[in-house]
Design a protein around this ligand. Structure first.
Ligand SMILES: *Cc1c(COP(=O)(O)O)cnc(C)c1O
Length: 431
């Protein structure tokens, strides 16, 4: 069988893409290649590998067979040309930007992002001389207006964490195309089962594999999937990919590797020199998780839909931001952007405000109060006092994390039990 046959359905590819019986032992499951280095056939082979004239394994900071299987699986599920796996979702974001950016250059980013991403983009990347301009991505004129000669990418989330905003990816991709810059989409909350950003014009897709992809809260990992469709040589904006690379005797990545230019650069320069490598055990756990992705996402969506509707009707609740509900202003985008459902994540605003939210979170029994999402278990967090704590009140509100808001990541447990738990906690929170 051809593991990556594009005519296979998602349910087949999530199990088979990238995975072959081990050539040495016949092992059917992808082994954990727990090795740092790989023996060269001879000195000539070693030289060819180091010159990027031959593809193979040198050292596990760059490539590893377990990680390579996961890279191939992610590229296949997202419909991309290649993938670079990294040590976390945040590492993946830096790895996505690194080949595009340089001192004095900027990105235009949505104001509705994971809290940690807002901090990374508004504070930390300044140390590299990069900057981010945040705008409301529902206002396409504002996105357009924020782009200047130094802009090298547009960044957003498909379903934005935590507020359940769905981005009109086609409209944003159109703006990126016209400006000759790539659109980077963080597809963590949706996963490729619910949303395939490349089909909507994204150039790069980044993931925190820590969340739904692994799915059970055991791993920290991330990846960058490249569509392989962007013409890095169309302008002089992306010299890392289009101009001669001094570290490889003047090799031009785009000219030499075509649609795999970004992926090869990510490994040969990014992982080599930044070292944000995914370890083979983490890759193995993630491969295990992805085998059941579609089944879990179906259940996450079904549970989230039922529970969000129940919460919306509860007297202690001011509102629920789940795009799967008819009341959501983003409901109309579900059919085009994430046709199989709006995910398993939403926020609930309580009438009792900050105090009520704290009591609610402390009273839940099945739901765990943790800084994570996308687990089989239901999770809850009060964003304003935790993940979004570093943000200003304005940024909190824009990101859907105001003080009276609790973020809920619905797991795949029995929805009746989850509703009973929410009910008893809401009673305690309102007294
Ligand atoms: C968790 C998360 C990240 C960061 O990923 P880590 O694996 O924690 O580094 C980025 N984006 C989104 C949408 C996330 O949920």
């Amino acid at each position: 069988m051809t593991q990556n046959d594009p005519t296979y359905g998602f349910d087949t590819l999530q199990i088979h893409a990238g995975a072959r019986p081990d050539p040495a032992t016949g092992a059917r499951q992808v082994p954990i290649y727990q090795t740092t280095a790989y023996v060269f056939r001879d000195a000539e082979h070693a030289a060819a590998l180091f010159n990027l004239q031959e593809v193979g394994y040198i050292y596990s900071r760059l490539t590893n067979p377990t990680v390579a299987a996961l890279q191939e699986r992610m590229a296949t599920l997202e419909g991309g040309a290649g993938t670079v796996c990294c040590s976390s979702g945040h590492a993946a974001q830096i790895m996505a930007l690194f080949p595009l950016m340089g001192p004095g250059l900027n990105i235009v980013a949505s104001s509705r992002l994971y809290g940690g991403t807002i901090t990374q983009f508004s504070q930390t990347i300044k140390r590299f001389g990069w900057s981010a301009t945040f705008v409301d991505f529902d206002d396409t004129d504002a996105v357009q207006a924020a782009i200047d000669d130094n802009t090298r990418a547009i960044f957003c989330e498909s379903i934005a964490n935590p507020g359940g905003y769905i981005t009109d990816l086609d409209a944003i991709a159109g703006i990126a195309d016209a400006a000759g810059i790539p659109l980077i989409v963080d597809n963590t909350s949706a996963t490729p089962y619910l949303c395939r950003p490349i089909e909507h014009g994204a150039t790069l897709v980044v993931h925190s594999m820590t969340k739904y992809l692994t799915g059970n809260g055991t791993v920290t990992g991330g990846c960058v999937v490249d569509s392989g469709k962007f013409d890095w040589s169309a302008s002089d904006k992306f010299p890392s990919l289009s101009a001669p690379e001094p570290a490889y005797h003047g090799l031009k990545f785009h000219e030499t590797f075509g649609p795999l230019a970004f992926t090869f650069h990510g490994i040969a320069i990014g992982l080599r020199d930044l070292g944000m490598t995914l370890n083979p055990q983490a890759a193995h756990y993630t491969l295990m998780g992805i085998e059941t992705l579609s089944l879990r996402m179906e259940k996450h969506v079904a549970n989230a839909t039922e529970i969000a509707s129940w919460l919306e009707a509860h007297p202690a609740v001011e509102g629920v931001t789940y795009a799967g509900l008819a009341s959501s202003p983003y409901h109309g985008r579900v059919a085009s952007i994430c046709p199989k459902g709006a995910g398993g994540l939403f926020t609930v605003a309580l009438k009792g405000g900050y105090e009520s939210c704290i009591k609610f979170v402390d009273s839940l029994e099945i739901f765990s109060h943790v800084a994570n999402l996308g687990d089989t278990r239901s999770l809850v967090i009060h964003s304003a006092s935790t993940t979004h704590r570093q943000l200003s009140a304005e940024q909190q509100a824009a990101a859907g994390a105001a003080p009276n808001v609790v973020r809920i990541s619905i797991g795949i447990e029995d929805p009746k039990d989850l509703i009973a738990d929410l009910d008893q906690a809401l009673k305690k929170a309102s007294t």
